[in-house]
Write a protein that binds this ligand. Structure first.
Ligand code: AMP
Length: 172
């Protein structure tokens, strides 16, 4: 059996020169690799009594929704501005160049809900951190965070200042 990590594909200079993009689409396209990857992401949380998985647009939706089914809990999307139809809570955060914003439905989770926040790739960590802050501002408890791939050489884990565990299914 091929391990799922063999299906991860590196694409150079995407979306701009100098970036080595970790493409997860071959993992998703292979039923066995996709199942292994989701089980690897689910592993730390099976006994954690979580109420929901929060996924960050866009690849965090694909993995997060599959992970929510695997853990038999609900899924909550965190989206780019202007995409969610209901009343939202939003949070601005800094990027390397400029700023961005994430939004969540105000009624997506009850206060005190135990959630994990997931995305596909942890690079600088800015996106995941912003999603965590947004969820916490809503009164939910972030039990942990998870990514499929951590780009360890970027040092996000060393700078990670949230108390809950940060799990990566694979680290490069
Ligand atoms: P960051 O906020 O720097 O941790 O960036 C994380 C977000 O950007 C995630 O949503 C990833 O999907 C995407 N991303 C950043 N760097 C890469 C990369 N090298 N390969 C694939 N996705 C990336």
């Amino acid at each position: 059996m091929t391990t799922w990590t063999a299906r991860l594909r590196d694409i150079s200079d995407f979306p701009k020169p100098g970036i080595l993009f970790k493409d997860i689409t071959p993992v998703l396209a292979d039923a066995s690799a996709f199942a292994q990857a989701i089980r690897a992401m689910a592993h730390p949380w099976r006994q954690a009594s979580i109420d929901a998985v929060v996924g960050v647009e866009a690849r965090g939706f694909i993995l997060g929704a599959a992970l929510a089914r695997e853990l038999d809990v609900g899924f909550v999307p965190v989206r780019k501005p202007g995409k969610l139809p209901g009343a939202t809570l939003s949070l601005d955060y800094g990027l390397e160049y400029g700023r961005d914003r994430l939004e969540i439905h105000v009624d997506a989770m009850r206060a005190g809900a135990r959630v994990i926040v997931v995305d596909d790739v942890l690079a600088t960590g800015g996106t995941l951190k912003a999603a965590v802050h947004l969820v916490e501002r809503q009164g939910a408890i972030v039990v942990g965070t998870g990514v499929l791939v951590e780009l360890g050489f970027l040092g996000a884990r060393a700078a990670w200042d949230h108390g809950a565990p940060l799990h990566a299914a694979v680290v490069y």
